[in-house]
Design a protein around this ligand. Structure first.
Ligand code: BGC
Length: 481
């Protein structure tokens, strides 16, 4: 294992079509982790209705615990996965995550008691948290810069598809009340992910960071073809030769990108997306809609989420990240204001036309999230950190995301009680406007740049990370506007 040792003779170059296929397959297999993330967070809404028939006497708190304990597991999973991915590699981490998914969903499907089911939700949460950071990390490092935005955002497409599939499965199995199968079906994509990943390569950037350049060269040859592999290896090597302890995540030179990632994470959640994803049917029912109308509106909302994510994937590498982030978040504010005004003017019981206006507001909000803050958050945190600490730095942002998700989810119903429907949605709208202002000032454009260029441009000059004593000032480049 050498840093500069003789390069292994490269395998025969592949045609660009084949290269594309390799990268796309890698992205698709790992994105099954996103599908499981979406499915496992979404499935509980329907399953909750039927768990009580096997485990009698469950209180509301028992149900809330079952829902939100997954988010705590996810927080811990994101923390552990970053360290593991930097230490043992991205590929084994994906494999371990898939195995954990299989174990968790099987335990849930066969749980003999409520306590075991809670334990199973923790295990699933660990896997969800781990997948949520290691999937964008892996895809971001394997993808060529010009299509990185689209490929990393496969993950967000998978998350939204997972949520939609879970709504449909819940709906389809509701007549049989088979909540065990609702959980258990997730074993299928988990097994596919494990098997598919066995045939994938380790991330070339991680290999270089470990000094395993011969292996990195082989992988790059497969996924980049004839492109300038030596230059890419030299760049990643140069950047990764800097120090690598977790303390660097908090060093002055890295702090500004850490703050951008964590703030994006928190804004993605405190602007309210999961209050809609988890509670829309409950909300619409309490506003006077019938059950089936509320469930139908929910499925439409899930479909809009998927459709607009596809639009985002087509645009991210063309228009760039910033226009979608800014426009999308402004659209979220507009959608929330429509919902809030409907409740303010129409009262908490919606009738006829006002119900449709509220649903339209929800769809504008979800569609705008899906085109901007949804995919862009996960994409940017795979792009803005230095290679040597990328796994750990992504963990921090991902944990912030799960932590904020937990706080919002656990307090939403209380918030509705305290400041009412209109007040709550005005609050989310207002926070979306604050987010737009912050993004406008702080978030850099990363379109069509190599991860190495981004690392340089984000003001991490040579030695800056190691030299905390020198207090190298961090520079954020002028955002492209
Ligand atoms: C968020 C999740 C959310 C999902 C909705 C993701 O980007 O991180 O919290 O449930 O989008 O589509």
């Amino acid at each position: 294992m050498t840093r500069t040792g003789n390069p292994a003779p490269p395998a025969a170059p592949l045609s660009s079509g084949t290269i594309h296929r390799h990268v796309v397959w890698g992205a698709a297999i790992t994105a099954l982790g996103g599908l499981l993330f979406g499915y496992d967070t979404g499935v509980i809404s329907g399953a909750l209705l039927f768990i009580g028939k096997d485990f009698h006497g469950l209180t509301s708190f028992d149900k809330e615990l079952l829902t939100s304990i997954l988010l705590i597991g996810a927080l811990a999973g994101a923390l552990a996965a970053g360290k593991i991915a930097d230490r043992v590699g991205r590929r084994p981490t994906v494999l371990g995550t898939a195995a954990l998914f299989v174990a968790g969903v099987m335990l849930a499907a066969f749980s003999p008691s409520y306590a075991v089911l809670v334990g199973a939700r923790v295990v699933i949460g660990l896997a969800v948290g781990s997948a949520s950071m290691v999937v964008p990390l892996y895809i971001g490092e394997v993808a060529p810069p010009r299509v990185r935005g689209a490929l990393v955002s496969f993950n967000q497409l998978a998350i939204t598809s997972g949520i939609l599939v879970s709504y449909l499965v819940d709906y389809g199995l509701s007549s049989s009340q088979n909540w065990r199968l609702m959980f258990g079906l997730a074993a299928v994509p988990a097994i596919l992910m494990f098997t598919g990943m066995l045939f994938q390569h380790e991330s070339p950037h991680w290999l270089v960071a470990q000094g395993r350049e011969d292996e990195a060269r082989k992988v790059l040859h497969r996924v980049r073809g004839e492109a300038d592999i030596d230059a890419e290896i030299a760049e990643v090597r140069e950047l990764s030769e800097r120090n690598s302890s977790f303390r660097e995540v908090l060093s002055p030179a890295v702090r500004h990108v850490m703050i951008i990632g964590v703030t994006l994470a928190v804004f993605q959640q405190i602007t309210g997306i999961n209050t809609i994803i988890y509670y829309a049917p409950t909300l619409l029912k309490s506003a006077g809609l019938g059950s089936s109308a509320a469930l139908l509106a929910n499925v439409v909302n899930g479909a809009v989420n998927v459709a607009m994510t596809i639009v985002a994937i087509r645009l991210l590498d063309r228009t760039g990240r910033r226009p979608l982030l800014l426009g999308g978040t402004a659209g979220m504010a507009a959608g929330m204001v429509v919902v809030a005004l409907t409740f303010l003017l129409g009262g908490d019981q919606l009738h006829g036309g006002t119900a449709y206006i509220a649903i339209a507001g929800l769809l504008i909000y979800t569609g705008s999230f899906a085109i901007g803050l949804g995919p862009v958050f996960w994409l940017l945190i795979s792009e803005i950190y230095p290679v040597k600490i990328r796994g750990q730095a992504m963990s921090v942002a991902t944990m912030a995301n799960w932590g904020a998700n937990f706080v919002v989810t656990i307090s939403f119903l209380t918030l509705l009680g305290a400041i009412g429907n209109a007040g709550t949605f005005f609050l989310f709208g207002g926070l979306s406007i604050v987010a737009v202002v912050y993004f406008q000032r702080q978030v850099p454009e990363t379109r069509n740049r190599s991860l190495q260029d981004i690392e340089r441009e984000l003001g991490l000059p040579r030695g800056a990370i190691a030299d905390t004593a020198a207090q190298v000032p961090a520079q954020v480049p002028e955002p492209d506007v």
